[in-house]
Design a protein around this ligand. Structure first.
Ligand code: HBI
Ligand code: FE
Length: 296
């Protein structure tokens, strides 16, 4: 393992682009400052106040089992035995975004990469790249749910396959991750609930994804999702709603991805905010407040 070093985003003609590195480090827990523990506390308390009645029960179950709290940034070394025992997952500390194949390789082996550094106080409300709060609070609680733990591993294995098939399959599989793991909603008897990590770790999107009239909310369908473009710089224009985590898991396992990529080959992608004739629509969004600079 190498010494951690904060890798800064680089300013290019495409804006700030994260530096991709595969380095695995030791979480430098003793080096976190009081201010950094405070940033964790602020974010944690804010989301805990907001998420009851909005996030799914399985998320809270995971959070409770892990014993995460506002008091201090959790130590990965204390979470790992709990994960190991329940679902066999392990956290590894990384510098930030990994190249896709390296990322898939970890997931396929039940290792979840967690960014070791936390955002700066001025980034409390928005940060464009994953930090410790997003990765740990957003992703890790559901890794204690066996069916979701299995889905994540299957996704990693699917990713390794997709990377061998080519760019189009890889793009399609990335959309699946985006619209489920990052920005998924689930239909429950009590109503729609959040399970996506990009939502649970964001105050603004926790409210927007469930309560705004602007976005579409559409029933999950694997091929539909794999054809849908997405935005990384605004709240989502469409959220896909699963009926159960079992449905999600079956989507990666029952139909092998090979035939799906074959079916999708050359099929035009759907714009992020479109509603298609075959969609099961929970809500057709008003589109209010969406950027006017065309769809993606
Ligand atoms: N790396 N650390 C990290 N975390 C991610 O969520 C991540 C990544 N690399 C690639 C990636 N996500 C996306 O390409 C996913 O669609 C797979
Ligand atoms: Fe994420």
């Amino acid at each position: 393992m190498e010494q951690p070093r904060r890798v800064e985003s680089q300013l290019t003609d495409k804006g700030y682009v994260p530096v991709y590195t595969t380095t695995v480090v030791e979480q430098p827990w003793d080096d976190y400052t009081e201010a950094e523990h405070q940033t964790w506390a602020t974010l944690f308390e804010r989301q805990i106040a907001l998420l009851p009645g909005r996030a799914c029960d399985e998320f809270f179950d995971g959070l409770r089992q892990l014993g995460m709290n506002a008091h201090a940034i959790p130590r990965f070394a204390e979470l790992n035995p709990i994960l190991k025992e329940r679902t066999g997952w392990q956290l590894i500390a990384v510098e930030g975004l990994l190249p896709e194949v390296a990322f898939f390789e970890h997931l396929a082996n039940r290792r979840f990469p967690v960014t070791w550094w936390i955002r700066k106080p001025e980034q409390i409300d928005y940060i464009s790249e994953p930090d410790l709060f997003h990765d740990l609070f957003g992703h890790v609680p559901l890794l204690l749910l066996p069916v979701f733990a299995d889905y994540m591993q299957a996704y990693g294995e699917g990713g390794l396959k997709a990377a061998r098939y080519g760019d189009e399959p890889l793009t399609e599989l990335t959309r699946l991750y985006w619209y489920t793991v990052e920005f998924g909603l689930i239909n429950t008897p009590a109503g729609l609930r959040i399970y996506g990590s990009g939502i649970v770790s964001s105050k603004g999107e926790s409210l927007y994804s469930l309560e705004s009239a602007a976005p579409n909310r559409i029933g999950f369908d694997l091929k539909r999702v794999m054809r849908t473009r997405y935005r990384i710089d605004t709240f989502q224009k469409t959220y896909f709603v699963i009926d159960s985590f079992e449905q999600l898991f079956r989507s990666t396992v029952d139909p092998d991805f090979g035939p799906i990529y074959y079916d999708l080959k050359g099929a035009p992608a759907f714009p992020a905010g479109s509603v298609q004739p075959q969609d099961r629509v929970f809500q057709k969004g008003t589109g209010e407040g969406w950027p006017a600079d065309g769809d993606v």
